[in-house]
Design a protein around this ligand. Structure first.
Ligand code: AHR
Length: 507
């Protein structure tokens, strides 16, 4: 994973223009709907589901005989909640897990358990889950401990017609139709848990896997994602530029976690404004990291044909006390909601290069959308932000100009606010505003050019405190509320709560 370590890097990465002004002065924003940027690829709203802790077992899979309502073993409540997010893709089975995964142990009537891994949720169950929530499969193959032959046969199992031996085996396991594999990960963190490979070794392996591990369904093209890293990005892109017909990549990955300092130590509940700012600072700083990666990619690919896939991102906090630390269990608060909005905003500003992202992780692990405990389920503040941002999927970025001002607390200076806008396919303009300031409300005064509107309405997500969370007993502490805003004389005015996220559509 990519961690931010230097305070200088953080300061340099503050992307919004900052200038000192009174905390209660309205933020003047100019929106000109006649201007547009890149399309915000819906795949930046992707998710990540790893065989880790109860991310899969308990979170998605309860088994066909469970008393928890399920469809072929997959929780109905979770499926219903995820459908509402219009999840574009789910990355599976890892993470570090992917580079030790033996897919053959997870298919057919006789599952072969591994230590800590029953393999009852395998390829067919994942594809069933993907179908139930209506998402694309992003399969990360084992480039670490597995061979190119094994990975190639896995693709054959998933994508070949039934006159192929592996396709026939899939049919015997209940699915005659080939599956669609939309995205293929060529290893995971190969510089570290994926095999600790030197850049040269990784580039060679990436070429081999990219050539041999292909889809057997020509009608369904597959995007291949190479591993990126500070030491890999340049050699991988250099190899891509000098590439041949026999191999290729369509994306390069970046893993970026907001931690407030490694190892993860910030608590996920019961924290104060100091810990709020420490984490938000890392989220804001992702902009600088993406700019650095993009600049390296631009050297070889100025036309931005290779996408940057931020296929692991989110808050990595101290494990919930009493939980198994290996399960990466953490609560999810209003702080995560603000972090989510700021991170999505960063992706939208880089929409020409960042065309995929996967929050870590979907259920019960790290910055989750959903928490479950046996038959109980609760939606997190992060879930609600993803839901509020659905209109930004495949919308066209509309640039805004504004002075973000500053918010200083406990020695940390952050932008006071953030805002992004986009035009959806129906032509409707959406504006998302985040008030980072944890103490003061913010008023936005948005001058509207190139668009006629009489009002704006949408949802706002705020909370009693920055560490407010939803629990199984109190699931509605942090939930979006309807909000509408005045538009008069071509200016939209809205006042939002401290540490809040608001999304409005112009009408
Ligand atoms: O998301 C948890 C872990 O973080 C993943 O398995 C790994 O890729 C990363 O280091």
């Amino acid at each position: 994973m990519r961690l931010l370590t230097s305070a200088a890097a953080i300061a340099a990465a503050l992307i919004l223009p900052v200038a000192a002004h009174a905390a209660d002065a309205p933020v003047q924003v100019a929106l000109d709907a006649s201007k547009s940027g890149a399309v915000i690829d819906r795949n930046i709203f992707g998710q990540f589901a790893e065989h880790l802790g109860s991310g899969i077992y308990g979170g998605i899979w309860v088994g066909k005989d469970s008393t928890i309502p399920n469809t072929r073993g997959i929780r109905k409540d979770v499926v219903m909640a995820l459908k509402a997010l219009k999840v574009p893709n789910v990355r599976w089975p890892g993470g570090c897990f992917a580079d030790q995964y033996n897919w053959r142990r997870g298919i057919g009537p006789e599952r072969k358990a591994a230590v800590g891994e029953p393999n009852t949720f395998g390829t067919d169950e994942f594809m069933d889950f993907a179908g139930q929530i209506g998402t694309d499969a992003y399969i990360s193959v084992n480039l670490g401990s597995g061979t190119a032959q094994e990975a190639s046969e896995w693709l054959e199992y998933m994508t070949a017609p039934i006159d192929d031996a592996f396709g026939a085996e899939r049919a015997r396991n209940g699915h005659p139709e080939p599956y669609k594999v939309a995205i293929l990960g060529l290893g995971n963190e190969s510089y570290d848990c994926g095999g600790a490979m030197s850049p040269d070794l990784y580039v060679n392996e990436m070429k081999r896997f990219s050539h041999f591990v292909h889809s057997y369904n020509a009608a369904q093209p597959m995007k291949r994602v190479a591993v990126g890293h500070d030491s890999y990005t340049d050699p991988v892109m250099k190899a891509w530029k000098g590439g041949s017909w026999s191999w290729g990549i369509e994306a390069l990955s970046l893993h970026y976690y907001a931690t407030g300092g490694w190892p993860p130590h910030l608590p996920s509940t019961g924290f104060d404004e100091k810990d709020y700012a420490a984490l938000v600072k890392d989220a804001v700083a992702m902009d600088g990291v993406i700019s650095t990666y993009s600049a390296t990619m631009d050297k070889y690919d100025p036309e931005k044909r290779v996408a940057l896939a931020v296929d692991e991102w989110g808050a990595w906090l101290a494990p919930t006390p009493g939980s198994n630390p290996g399960g990466l269990v953490q609560q999810n608060s209003q702080r995560d909601a603000v972090l989510t909005a700021l991170s999505i905003n960063v992706f939208t500003r880089h929409a020409d290069r960042v065309r995929m992202a996967n929050i870590a992780q979907m259920i019960n692990v790290l910055q989750a959308m959903i928490l479950t405990d046996k038959d109980k389920m609760v939606l997190t503040p992060t879930y609600h932000v993803f839901h509020m941002y659905v209109p930004f999927q495949d919308a066209t970025f509309v640039p805004l100009t504004f002075d973000a001002g500053t918010y200083t607390t406990n020695g940390v200076t952050l932008p006071r606010v953030d805002a992004v806008a986009a035009r959806d396919k129906a032509g409707k303009i959406w504006i998302a505003v985040t008030n980072i300031d944890a103490k003061s409300p913010a008023t936005f005064s948005v001058s509207l050019a190139g668009v006629k509107a009489t009002k704006a309405s949408g949802q706002t997500l705020s909370a009693p405190k920055v560490d407010s969370v939803n629990t199984f007993d109190a699931p509605n502490t942090v939930v979006p509320k309807a909000v509408s805003a005045k538009v008069a004389g071509g200016t939209l005015t809205v006042t939002v709560a401290p540490a809040s996220v608001t999304v409005l559509g112009l009408e």
